[in-house]
Write a protein that binds this ligand. Structure first.
Ligand code: GLU
Length: 472
């Protein structure tokens, strides 16, 4: 049977890095195996689950291109299914109502701790007769507990190898607050079975839940999925990654100007290594190459510099149409009116970008030339009169460059460089570049001329000359 995996986030916070990495590894495995990647929203915690968090999860998955199969399942819409299995466990005496109060449980816990014991529920309500329990449940607050067996369970984790747990240490866990409100460990088991999940791929923080889930599977006669627990994501200090990053919403990374391709690549390397030693890995390569054999057991270190490097790499190397599409979300609407011009600017500016957010500030002069000090036009060590001469000369040269099809980047450059070779590079290229951009740093003048066109470029050179003339 081809694998069926699921990404099962709880919508109790914005879509985070930790979640996204889990989703990615599930997706890669499914794609590699030709299986299905399912999405299940685990919204049984009514107080903490919010629709806006669910939306942020869906939006983040779409941003990363992690498309899911079949319909989105929501636990809140599956209550009758859980109820059926809860009743079955109750009927079979494998679960029971517990009436212990919070205070009673706490004092039991303290007593165990003071004796140096690992706290677990002592089983006070385990032996109340079914009849009495149902009667009391009509009036008294209660939860449903699972009768935890006392044997050892083992599973073979695809990343960590054989893992065993002694169930006796766990005690009877609460699996529901009532028939209509199941809790995580129970709902997961039911859903994984009903959704025919073959592989459970999730963060290592869930490993202590696995024996509980296996015990419930055994009680219900379900089959055990194959497990793979992904390594924790660590900070640069090799301690657990700070909440600032771990819980940072993917939207924050997007808003800070990271490309989805770069972020995807970055997350791939959070625990997985391609079989050929390299850092830049496309989605397609990762799908072909993915294997749990190459997932490390030890923590995966979050390396901000690598993210920066990858982002700059993808900014330089993505097809220009694709980059223009991403940049379009970061610029004023007017910039997009002339698509051809916009793409030319993207092509010219991409080398200098580190984040998509840089573009708005670096490329603004293509649309509006801001005021700049006349002094800025003067090449260091040179003089105003030389600048005036050179700009006047350039103005004539520019006027003489053939227009239309011959207004090409290469042709323009030939004209400008021949002037620069005669009169000195700094003395020519600097004032021209400042006249065209109004900035201390910008792409080279031929690139700017090419995008602005002859008429606008000449206007800007005239403006520079006026500025120099009025400056005494
Ligand atoms: N809902 C759980 C979480 O968001 C994940 C459950 C699982 O993968 O088994 O952490």
């Amino acid at each position: 049977m081809s694998p069926r995996v699921r990404f099962a986030p709880s919508p109790t916070g914005f879509f985070s890095l930790g979640n996204a990495r889990t989703a990615l590894f599930n997706w890669l495995f499914a794609k590699h195996e030709g299986g299905k990647f399912l999405l299940r929203i685990e919204d049984t915690d009514k107080e903490r689950s919010k629709k806006e968090y669910e939306e942020s999860i869906l939006e983040g998955l779409k941003w990363l291109g992690l498309d899911w199969d079949e319909k989105v399942e929501r636990q809140s819409e599956r209550i009758p299914i859980y109820e059926k299995y809860l009743k079955r466990l109750m009927d079979e005496g494998r679960a029971y109502f517990c009436f212990c109060s919070g205070e009673e449980l706490e004092s039991e816990r303290q007593a165990q701790l003071s004796q140096g014991l690992q706290p677990k529920y002592g089983g006070r309500c385990r032996n109340i007769s079914k009849e009495e329990a149902f009667k009391r449940a009509e009036k008294e607050n209660h939860v449903i507990r699972f009768k935890m067996p006392s044997h050892t369970v083992s599973f073979s984790d695809l990343i960590r190898g054989k893992v065993s747990f002694d169930l006796d240490l766990i005690g009877d866990i609460i699996i529901a607050k009532g028939f209509d409100s199941p809790l995580y460990n129970f709902a997961v088991v039911v859903d994984d079975e009903e959704m025919k999940i073959t592989h459970v791929i999730r963060g290592e923080d869930h490993i202590s839940n696995t024996p509980k889930q296996i015990a419930i599977q055994e009680a219900l006669g379900f089959s055990m999925p194959i497990y793979a627990h992904l390594p924790l994501i660590l900070g640069p200090d090799r301690k657990k990654l700070s909440k600032r990053y771990m819980d940072a919403s993917l939207r924050d990374f997007k808003d800070r100007g990271y490309l989805p391709e770069a972020f995807f690549n970055f997350m791939l390397l959070l625990g997985w290594h391609p079989s050929v030693d390299k850092e830049v890995v496309s989605a397609e390569e990762a799908i072909n190459d993915f294997s749990f054999k190459k997932v490390q057991k030890g923590g995966a270190v979050f390396n901000q510099e690598k993210l920066e490097w990858l982002n700059a790499y993808y900014l330089r190397n993505l097809p220009v149409e694709r980059l223009a599409e991403e940049l379009s979300g970061f610029v004023p609407g007017e910039w997009l009116e002339d698509e051809d011009k916009f793409k030319k600017i993207v092509q010219i500016e991409r080398e200098r970008l580190r984040h998509l957010t840089d573009f708005r500030d670096t490329a603004d002069f293509f649309f509006v030339l801001k005021e700049y000090p006349a002094d800025l036009l003067i090449w260091k060590g040179s003089s105003k009169s030389v600048m005036v001469d050179n700009l006047s000369f350039l103005s004539n040269v520019i006027r003489g460059i053939p227009n239309h099809e011959l207004w090409s980047r290469e042709n323009i450059d030939k004209y400008i460089m021949s002037v620069a070779d005669q009169k000195g590079r700094g003395e020519v290229l600097w004032p021209l570049r400042v006249a065209l951009s109004g900035k201390e740093a910008s792409p080279g003048p031929s690139d700017i001329l090419y995008v602005l066109g002859k008429e606008e470029s000449l206007k800007r050179v005239e403006k520079a000359l006026k500025r120099l003339a009025s400056e005494n």
